[in-house]
Design a protein around this ligand. Sequence first.
Ligand SMILES: Cc1cc2nc3c(=O)[nH]c(=O)nc-3n(C[C@H](O)[C@H](O)[C@H](O)COP(=O)(O)O)c2cc1C
Length: 334
Amino acid sequence: MTFTETLGIQHPIIQAPMAGVTTPEFVAASSNAGILGSVGAGYLSGEATRDFIREVKKLTDKPFSVNLFVPEDVEMNQDLLRQAYLGLQPIGKRLGMPFWKAPLSESDFDEQVDVIIEERVAVCSFTFGLPDETIVRKLKDHYIYLIGTATTVEEAVLAEQVGMDAVVAQGKEAGGHRGSFISEQLVPLEELLPSSVQTVDIPVIAAGGIANKEHLELQLSRGAAAVQIGTALLVAEESGAHPLYKEAVLAAGGNSTVLTKAFSGKSARGIRNEFIDMTASVPIAPYPYQNDLTKKIRSEAAKLGKPEFMSLWAGESVHETTGGTVKEIIGKFL
Ligand SMILES: Cc1cc2nc3c(=O)[nH]c(=O)nc-3n(C[C@H](O)[C@H](O)[C@H](O)COP(=O)(O)O)c2cc1C
């Protein structure tokens, strides 16, 4: 059976899960366009994940996936947290909030896994690590197809070993957070994809900078079972990205993205802006604490219409984006 047959989709394309950007309309529009829609559930509670899934089901009867952030044990260093908070204050002041509350988040990962099982979601994907064997077995007992994320061949091998059915090879070009969990190497997709395909026996999905039909065909010719597309789709009418974020993505030229840890504590690629420049040399708390510290800043910046202080996640092919509906954008890849 081919990868598309296994997943019950028409085209070998996955709409990248994008936490904070995906809406039920966006995911359903992707699935209805014949690709695999994906819920970016990383920041959601168990209950919010359930509500989101039910909304998607109202809009499509096609398969879709739910993506989770695998939690890590991170030591909380109060002193570093305080320094990171102080480092953000110049930005807070620019937004009229010299002080702000930053409640620390807690992961609902286990509850989300139960919700995915109860709601009989077809596919569950993971980033920032791999679930343990008990969770893998639990999901597989319910016939849920599992996809891991790897940024190196070593991570792809671990994904296969733990029982993932497929793995996303996320090249350095990719927009948003790096899924790295062993090392923070920046491997270009043209290297990562062929070496992963050669090394593991599970299907490999190519991600990072795929912006048109030629890119897609190239990845398939290199052995990819499918491609995962983020940046090209985040500007779609149905996407939940802030209008100013979409505007910035559509207007961006080549070489406008950089990697930064300043928004969340984890390395992520986005359009370079004042936030990134102003935090270039301040202390950064580890994920998820830095993310908690900057949450209010980013929401205030969005409210005030100041993209210079928002996280504008985008991949290296950001200059190739064009607007339209999900269906219209996907049409350009076929
Ligand atoms: C706005 C945005 C949010 C993202 N959020 C997630 C996420 O929640 N989970 C995940 O596995 N990957 C996430 N990614 C990474 C994508 O899955 C994918 O690797 C990437 O978009 C591919 O590169 P491209 O943006 O150049 O197409 C995100 C990417 C973007 C652009």
